[in-house]
Design a protein around this ligand. Structure first.
Ligand code: PGA
Length: 249
């Protein structure tokens, strides 16, 4: 069985590298003792190198799809690889809301895989989509479009899908774990039946208001392989508790 994957998505926090290192050092102390959990930290780009030098397994929160050139403000997957980044979060709903399209995510996914990094592809429906019965249609579209034109690539790579219902992100209203598990089952079926992945080629993690109170319930579900944690990953004791609970299951 694969290790549980717990990812701290710090988003655009904290505002100094000292604070970021302090958070990481605190979590790493807990993480070093764990046997069943892979701990990944996703800081802002500017702190990646510092954390990796201190031994972090790091994820970038985004990337650009071209390798180099006149793209002011962008960071390439090659640059990420060269500083030792292992994972890249793609298609987070906060980026989709800023205008990132399925087509851009498709190109980014190809760039991530080209450089041997592991994508954490975020999918999930908004409240309106959920209320109008479109949840499954939206998730299917996001996954199928992300993998559009993938015939050229071999399937010999690791993949993480993060199911993050948009209405659950940062709201304190986490999805019911049983419902999340059903959605993970739906995602698993798309990956296996529509895209031809093997069942052990990917992990599906849940994200959206995960905290130390609910992490246990999520991880007890059979197809929830870990969590993408936002707000709670900025609270030292709370996040260390999440790591410890995840390890105990
Ligand atoms: P949250 O964020 O844990 O604060 O809901 C999760 C995410 O956006 O990845």
């Amino acid at each position: 069985m694969k290790q549980k994957l717990i990812i701290a998505n710090l988003k655009m926090n904290p505002s100094t590298s000292e604070e970021c290192l302090d958070l990481f050092n605190y979590y790493q102390k807990t993480a070093e003792r764990l046997k069943n959990v892979d701990f990944v930290i996703a800081p802002p780009f500017i702190y990646l190198k510092d954390l990796i030098e201190k031994g972090a397994v790091a994820a970038a929160q985004d990337c650009f799809y071209e390798e180099a050139g006149a793209y002011t403000g962008e960071i390439s997957t090659l640059m990420l690889k060269n500083v030792g980044v292992k994972y890249v979060i793609l298609g987070h709903s906060e980026r989709r809301q800023m205008g990132e399209t399925d087509e851009m995510i498709n190109k980014k996914l190809q760039a991530v895989l080209r450089n041997g990094l592991i994508p954490i592809l975020c999918v999930g429906e908004t409240k309106e989509e959920r209320d109008s019965g479109k949840k499954e249609e939206v998730i299917r579209r996001q996954i199928i479009k992300a993998f559009n034109n993938f015939k050229l690539l071999t399937f010999n790579f690791e993949l993480v899908i993060a199911y993050e219902p948009v209405w659950a992100i940062g709201t304190g209203l986490a999805c019911n774990p049983k419902e999340a598990n059903k959605t993970h089952q739906f995602i698993q079926n798309i990956l296996v039946s529509d895209l031809g992945f093997g069942i052990s080629d990917f992990q599906i993690v849940y994200g959206g208001s995960v905290d130390s109170q609910n992490i246990g319930e999520f991880l007890k579900e059979p197809i929830i392989d870990g969590a993408l944690v936002g707000g709670a990953s900025l609270k030292k004791e709370e996040f260390a508790k999440i790591l410890a609970i995840a390890d105990s299951l």
